[in-house]
Design a protein around this ligand. Sequence first.
Ligand code: 5GP
Ligand code: ZN
Length: 121
Amino acid sequence: MSNTGNLESTCIFCKIINGESPSRIVYRDDLVTAFHDIHPVAPLHILIIPNKHFHSLNLANIEDEPLLGHLLTVAHQIAIRVGVEQSGYRLILNTGPDAGQAVFHLHFHLIGGRRMRFPMG
Ligand code: 5GP
Ligand code: ZN
C-alpha cells in the first residue's frame, strides 16, 4: 500500500491501517480506510481516515486537497453501500480541544440510521 512511510507508531488509527489493531473495515483503497467506530453513537457510525497520518485537519496543506476531496467521495460511496444515501447521514470532523478531538489522526465520522439532532454543539 502507498503512504506506509507516513504512519505513526503510537497512533491507534495508524495501527488499524497497518493491521496491528483489529477493526471492522468497510472500505479500503490506496488513500483511505473506513471502519466501524468502536463506540457507535448512531445505528451507523463509520470512521473514514486517510492512510497517511495527519494529526488533525490543521496539518493538511494545499497539496492534500485531492486526498481531502477523496475522503468526501468515499463517504458518499459508503453511504450508498450501507443504505443511508436517501435517508440521510451526517459527516463530522472534530479538530482540536474545543471540538473534543480524542484521536489525533484526521478522521471523518459518518453517522446515520436515525434522525439527527440540530443545531449541533
Ligand atoms: P474524535 O472525538 O477524535 O473525533 O473521535 C474519535 C473516535 O474514535 C471516537 O468516536 C471513538 O469511539 C473512536 N475510536 C477510538 N479508538 C478506537 C479504536 O481503537 N477502534 C475504533 N474502531 N474506533 C475507535
Ligand atoms: Zn495515525
